[in-house]
Structures are given as C-alpha cells and as structure tokens.
Design a protein around this ligand. Structure first.
Ligand code: TLP
Length: 341
C-alpha cells in the first residue's frame, strides 16, 4: 500500500483543486502589461472592494507585494518600523536595504504583535543624525509569532499614532484571511486603518501563485512602474488570477477547518513528553519547541520515516502548518507518528 506524503512545511505547498484548475482553464485573458487582462482586473478590483480600498496590483509573490509597497512608501535615508521577526525583515533577503536603501527600526513583539506605545517611541525625532521614519509595517497573522492575530483595537491605536505623525501604515497580510476567519473581524476595518495591504492567494487560500497589493488609486498607479522594474509585469496572467478569484470565492470559510486541525495538533503535541512548549494556536500555524534531549534533526527524520514533512524554525523549534491538502485522516497519521516517538 502506498500512502501519500503529508506536507506540513507550509501552506504554500498546496496544489490547485480540480475545480480551481477548471476555473483557470476557462479564464478570459489578455496582456496585463497593456492592462488588457479582464481576469486580472476582476481579481484586483474584487480584492480591493473586499477591503474597502480603491485599487489592487496583482504580483507573483507576497515578497514582491511587500517590497513594492516599501519601495513606494519610503526613500533612501528613511526608516521602516517593524517587528524584529517580521517577514519583511527576516525572510525577504534584506530586500528593504536592497530595493529601497532604507533602514529598519526593529521592535520586539508579543508573538510578533507590536503596541501603539512601542511604535510611537520608535518614531525618529527631527535630527540630522537620524533617518526619517517613513513607514510602519505590521504582519497579521504573524508567521514567526505562530499565526498570532492582532486585536483590532491595538491596530486602531497604532493607526492613530501613524496618522498623527503622518506616517503610512502597511499590512503584510499574507495570511490576513486566516486572521479574519479566526477573529470574525471585518476586512473593511483593515482598509480603513491601513494605507496599503498585501494579501497572499497562494498560502491558506490555496492558489498556486499570486498576491495582491491594495491601496489608493494614486498609490497603485505609482507601484506599476516598480513592479515593472522588478520584472513582475506579467502578460496573460489571468490564468493565475482566475485561481485567485476562485480561492476568494471558495476557500475562505474553509480556513476554519485548518484552524481546528491546527488546534488538534497543538493539543496532541502538548501531551508528548519530548515537547517543551507549544505556542498558543490561533490559526493554521503550530510552532513548538522540543526538549534538548530530542534533537530537532532526529525528530524531523522520524517524521520523514512516517511520510511527514515539517520544517525547522530555529534551534529546537519546529513549525507544522495545516492547509487545503491536510485532511482528518492525515491528522490521525500524524498523531500516530507523534505517539510512536
Ligand atoms: N512565508 C513562507 C516562508 O517565506 C517563510 C512560509 O512558508 O511561511 N509574508 C509572510 C507573513 C509570509 O509568511 C510569507 C511567506 C510572505 C510574506 C512571502 O510570500 P511569498 O512566498 O509569496 O513571497
């Protein structure tokens, strides 16, 4: 009997469902650099409307939407305030320095979340020795924080600080739909509080490729040149946008299943003697620390023998991610493998 591999490394690993593939095959397409792809336009507008923002820009990746936003909001000799483990700083190859020539003010978060007081204290006073603070960036859900979600009230307080100091506020919302489903918050509240929002379609939503950057009409117009110079101007991208539209229509509510399965895995892990700590499970990411007596390499090798892939997330830290391609039968197999160690 062959058993399928269970891939818990990321929610980026999903493959399109047959229905999503069918939607892609049926897409009406054109050359998007000429702004003639009707499906890309439909996706950009629908994503913008959901957040109550004016316009959208379809890009190949979340790294690109974040880095384009940072480039458009900042200038050299300025600084971005963000959390010290945020994706834009930790996992985007130093892109803030490379693309924007900007500095970063790194703040320690509570599982990735910042407070308004922390942000306000990090805003630079006018002084020739300092860069100017040009952008505040938050991440929700927070990846390194274990899929943690912000309270809307805290974001509101940070947005108030940003507005008072006339500093734009960007959201890395790679997993914003996970946050919305887990908390019951309204996407339009995010559009009210943030100047720009990056939304990924190829994480929990299950599209093969793509992210959308949302903002005002003027801002998005400006970002088109930046996307072009980064090589992100795509042609008949409607085939990909169709997958994104399908995901928005069919894969949002089901994120609750991923969250339930992640909680179940969190509980199973907490009961294992070799697990020292499991971060609170709020969405689809489960981050846990192994006792020093169980080396992470050996633990991952044990899982591999059971056909399970997971990733190391720092010394003795492991991340499990639930997604569209992890079902309840697989959960049983994972629990058996954990019990067998
Ligand atoms: N995150 C990936 C890895 O890069 C770590 C993952 O497996 O979680 N923002 C956040 C919060 C992300 O988690 C990611 C991807 C991105 C942006 C970048 O998205 P892509 O991979 O589309 O460039």
């Amino acid at each position: 009997m062959t058993t399928s591999v269970i891939d818990l490394r990321s929610d980026t690993v999903t493959r399109p469902t047959p229905a999503m593939l069918e939607a892609m095959f049926q897409a009406r397409v054109g050359d998007d650099v000429y702004e003639e792809d009707p499906t890309v336009r439909a996706l950009e507008q629908e994503a913008a409307d959901r957040f109550g923002l004016e316009a959208g820009l379809f890009c190949p990746s979340g790294t690109m939407t974040n880095q384009i936003a940072i480039k458009a909001h900042t200038e050299p000799l300025s600084e971005v305030i963000c959390e010290q483990t945020s994706h834009i700083y930790l996992w985007e190859v130093g892109g803030i320095a490379f693309h924007s020539g900007a500095s970063v003010a790194l703040l320690p978060g509570n599982r990735g979340r910042l407070t308004a007081a922390q942000v306000e204290a990090a805003i630079r006073p006018q002084n020739v020795h300092y860069p100017t603070t040009s952008l505040i960036s938050l991440e929700n859900t927070h990846n390194r924080g274990g899929g943690s979600c912000y309270e809307l009230a805290e974001i509101g307080a940070i947005a108030e600080v940003a507005q008072r100091h006339r500093i734009p506020l960007h959201l890395d919302g790679a997993r914003i739909f996970n946050a919305l489903v887990a908390t019951g918050q309204d996407a339009r509240e995010y559009g009210r509080l943030f100047d720009t929002v990056s939304v990924c379609l190829s994480k929990g939503l299950g599209a093969p490729v793509g992210s959308v950057l949302l903002g005002s009409q003027t801002f998005i117009q400006k970002t088109k040149r930046i996307r072009k110079v980064m090589g992100g101007g795509m042609r008949q991208a409607g085939y990909l946008a169709a997958a994104g539209l399908y995901a928005l229509h069919h894969h949002v509510d089901r994120l609750a299943d991923d969250h339930r399965r992640a909680r179940q895995l969190g509980t199973a892990l907490a009961s294992r003697p070799y697990v020292a700590e499991v971060l609170p499970v709020e969405t689809n990411l489960v981050i846990f620390r192994l006792h020093d007596t169980t080396p992470a390499d050996g633990f991952l090798a044990h899982l591999e023998q059971h056909g399970i892939k997971a990733s190391s997330f720092g010394p003795q830290m492991i991340r499990f991610v639930t997604h569209l391609d992890v079902d309840d039968a697989m959960l049983t197999r994972i629990e058996e493998a954990l019990a067998a160690l």
